[in-house]
Ligand binder design. Structure first.
Ligand SMILES: [Fe+2]
Length: 352
């Protein structure tokens, strides 16, 4: 009975191959032929011993295995190999009377089967074919994975370029309006500080950061005369202002797949808890939480910076006003988180 010494390579070669058969004479014959094809051969006398060899040598490109063996039969061995080493080609050896089992082997993932007695030319032809097929499968998979990675990288790059573009637009919007200079960045920083208090982290926090920065991007489409008007607005002018969330959402639609939270912020940052906001008149929890957070940050920054139609208010007053409108206009939880985050946030101190 063969022992583990059979796990030693019989001869050096380029590709490895495992020969599994309980008859030593058959093994020797197979090994000689496979060595002639350039294989470095390992051998085992049973399925169980073969699995021990595989544990040690790893996944070989080729296994040639007998069907009938003690301890573990060929079919069971094949199934274990397919599960553990899916990239190994397995050629099964069968007697003439076992042809139906041989077909069964193919269904269970064997690369091929050979009928005993085995001829040298037949074995070598089948081995070459099995390895060629394996190489094609591996190559295909490599191309597929490579291609998928490339497509993904390109999609990420396109998104980055798009974001750079809209961020530049946001800067351009502020550059033409002295009153809102720094507004987007401050709103973004306030919103991030507030959201962190509320337990947001990772990509959700990134979404709030970006959404805060871009929340007013739709104002690019609002006429400057309306944006900067010192007095009260006509109905038509008010209608123009109220369009900016929807226009912004349309502008940012390429982000819909990757960053839907950013779009929710842009669309809903002017909604009010009591349903009297725009553009959808959403109420309470119907307003996305990210937008409720940005609304608090937006309201605070609007109050604490000078606008064409009024002077700025001191932060302490603005905080009191946030609390006063919590529950009707603004989300009370977001207001409290903002108030808690406010004094400790370095970014806030920088800008106020
Ligand atoms: Fe806005």
């Amino acid at each position: 009975m063969p022992t583990s010494q059979h796990a030693q390579p019989v001869v050096a070669g380029s590709a490895t191959c495992l020969v599994v058969d309980d008859e030593p004479g058959v093994r020797r014959f197979l090994i000689r032929m496979l060595q002639a094809q350039g294989f470095q051969c390992f051998e085992a006398a049973s399925g169980r011993e073969a699995l021990r060899v595989l544990d040690r040598i790893g996944e070989p490109p080729l296994i040639v295995s007998d069907m009938r063996m003690p301890e573990m039969d060929g079919i069971t061995f094949l199934e274990v190999v397919r599960a553990r080493y899916p990239d190994t080609s397995v050629i099964m050896l069968t007697g003439v009377s076992e042809t139906s089992t041989a077909v069964d082997c193919l269904h269970r993932g064997a690369a091929d089967f050979l009928l005993k007695p085995i001829s040298m030319s037949e074995l070598q032809a089948r081995v070459s074919r099995a390895l060629e097929k394996r190489a094609l499968v591996l190559q295909n998979r490599f191309y597929q994975e490579h291609l998928e990675r490339q497509v993904h990288e390109q999609a990420v790059r396109i998104q980055e370029l798009f974001l750079q573009g809209v961020q530049m637009l946001a800067r351009a919007l502020e550059a033409k309006d002295a009153y809102t200079r720094g507004h987007s960045i401050r709103v973004s920083q306030y919103a991030v500080a507030t959201a962190s208090r509320m337990g947001f982290e990772g990509v959700s926090l990134d979404g709030i950061r970006l959404g805060g920065e871009l929340h007013d991007i739709g104002k690019i489409g609002t006429r400057e005369a309306v944006l900067h008007k010192p007095g009260s607005l006509t109905d038509e002018e008010f209608r123009q202002i109220t369009e900016h969330p929807l226009l912004g959402e349309r502008m940012l639609s390429p982000l819909a797949q990757e960053s839907p939270d950013v779009l929710r912020i842009v669309r809903s940052h002017h909604e009010r808890l009591d349903g009297r906001g725009f553009p959808d008149g959403l109420r309470g929890a119907k307003i996305p939480i990210e937008a409720r957070i940005v609304a608090v940050a937006d309201a605070f920054d609007a109050m604490t910076t000078r606008r064409p139609y009024r002077e700025s208010r001191p932060p302490i007053e603005a905080l009191a006003e946030l609390r006063r409108v919590a529950g009707s206009q603004l989300d009370p939880e977001a207001v409290e988180a903002f108030v808690e985050a406010y004094p400790s946030e370095r970014a806030v101190e920088l800008y106020v």
